[in-house]
Design a protein around this ligand. Structure first.
Ligand SMILES: *Cc1c(COP(=O)(O)O)cnc(C)c1O
Length: 436
């Protein structure tokens, strides 16, 4: 008889079988008849662009998102990276001004800073929340610092009280990168309403998706809003009812959103709160089971905020798991292999802190200056995408069973881990970059 406890890595049966993972349970985004009808409406209606005189899908999405987060203005743009770039453009900072950016985030949080001729100054993260460490941020401030990008990494709003205090003390603008945290709240207020100017992505993988690419910028400041609008459309004044004059008032490209994208997102926005609540229940149930396993460090959500659970990061502590002799990096690497063999798609999210990215090398920062980011990258895995579907409970249950199975067999894995020749993920990444 097959031994149900035998690890799939060693030839046993998988805890998560392929047939358990259906599109109905794990597909994202969820596409319903509402989305189909909305897209047909755009095709039949003829208003295809954001220049829709307030009557089209783009204008309606702008109004609805501003109302949802609680800001006066919203400008729809082509993607989340463009949203950050336009937010920075609106601030009109002197070239070379410094902008604080967490060392652990998606590259799209930092590239717009360089695109605007500004200098990213990287800041290490907090080991519990994985978001910008306000104490490290304070130390990174110089007399050239003008702004801070508050990234709500993985869906958890960062410590906005501390960041607002830092900004107040040093006269900085706060830009939220809420690309991963649509719908999350901080002290009762929605993300994307907490900074001077704020960005979200509507990329198809995000919690508030479109069927492709999109982004939204929000602000209470009318001047900033008008500058975003000018910069998304060639610097032209496209006020409805006015003849187009083809005069570019500022140097700007084309970063507008299309009506098809807006129509899809409006349907998703109707369901965002219900989806978030369902996801919160399912994810908390899953994390509760993992939290019972010694040495699995599950993500925290401080009392004063809600978590959008965009990405689930699980960190491992071999000493707490009863194996103080094992290195945490090697432990993570072998457990990751064992879990993947069981059918749990754990994977790294970021293999190198941003300053180690080949593309950001010229910034001149040294990854060794970000020890928390390095440790988190080496000692944790992430789950992405499946759990965004609010119906994924049964699949996450099987994933939790897979973790329990692997934890039952840690004594079998310990000698494998002890003899593994471990290289942290960023070594391979940085060498690969250098080879090109
Ligand atoms: C996705 C993402 C972005 C960029 O958004 P795009 O729409 O893909 O350009 C920026 N920052 C973070 C944290 C993200 O996750």
């Amino acid at each position: 008889m097959a031994d149900p406890g035998k690890l799939a890595m060693l030839g046993g049966a998988r805890a998560v079988a392929r047939q358990d993972v259906t599109k109905e349970l794990t597909g994202w985004p969820v596409v319903t008849e509402r989305e189909h009808a909305a897209l047909r409406g755009v095709l039949d209606g003829g208003l295809f662009t954001s220049n829709d005189a307030g009557r089209g899908e783009v204008s309606k999405l702008q109004t609805e998102w501003a109302r949802y987060v609680g800001t006066r203005h919203c400008a729809a743009v082509s993607n989340g990276t463009a949203a950050l770039e336009l937010a920075l453009a609106a601030l009109d900072l002197e070239p070379g001004s410094e902008v604080l950016v967490p060392a652990l985030t998606f590259v799209g949080s930092a590239v717009p800073v360089l695109q605007r001729g500004l200098k990213p100054v990287f800041v290490d993260i907090d080991p519990r929340t994985y978001t910008l460490d306000p104490v490290a941020a304070e130390k990174a401030v110089t007399d050239r610092t003008r702004a801070v990008i508050a990234v709500h990494l993985h869906g958890l709003p960062c410590d906005m009280t501390a960041i607002a205090a830092l900004a107040e003390a040093h006269g900085l603008f706060v830009i939220e990168d809420a690309a991963q945290a649509q719908g999350a709240t901080y002290q009762g207020r929605r993300t994307a309403s907490l900074g001077h100017i704020n960005a979200v992505s509507l990329n198809v993988v995000k919690n508030l998706p479109t069927c492709g690419e999109g982004g939204l910028v929000t602000t209470d400041d009318e001047t900033l809003y008008e500058r975003v609008v000018l910069h998304r459309q060639f610097g032209e004044d496209l006020t409805p009812g006015r003849d187009r004059d083809y005069l570019s008032r500022v140097l700007a490209g084309n970063e507008k959103l299309s009506a098809v994208q807006a129509a899809f997102t409006r349907c998703q926005l109707e369901r965002l709160d219900a989806d978030s609540a369902a996801r919160d229940r399912v994810v908390r149930g899953f994390l509760g089971r993992l939290d019972a396993l010694p040495g699995v460090v599950v993500p925290v959500c401080p009392e004063d905020r809600t978590h959008a659970w965009h990405i689930l990061r699980l960190r491992f502590d071999p000493a707490a798991a009863g194996h103080p002799e094992l290195s945490a990096g090697a432990f993570r690497a072998v457990v990751q292999r064992a879990l993947r063999a069981e059918g749990v798609p754990v994977q790294p999210y970021q293999v190198v802190p941003l300053p180690g990215q080949q593309a950001l090398r010229d910034v001149g920062a040294d990854i060794e200056d970000f020890p928390v980011s390095l440790a988190v990258i080496d000692e944790s895995v992430t789950l992405q995408r499946w759990h965004l579907n609010p119906a994924c409970g049964p699949v996450l249950d099987r994933c939790a069973t897979a973790f329990e199975k692997v934890w039952d067999q840690l004594d079998t894995l310990a000698p494998v881990i002890a003899s593994a020749r471990h290289r942290p993920p960023w070594q391979a990444a940085m060498n690969a970059g250098a080879a090109r």
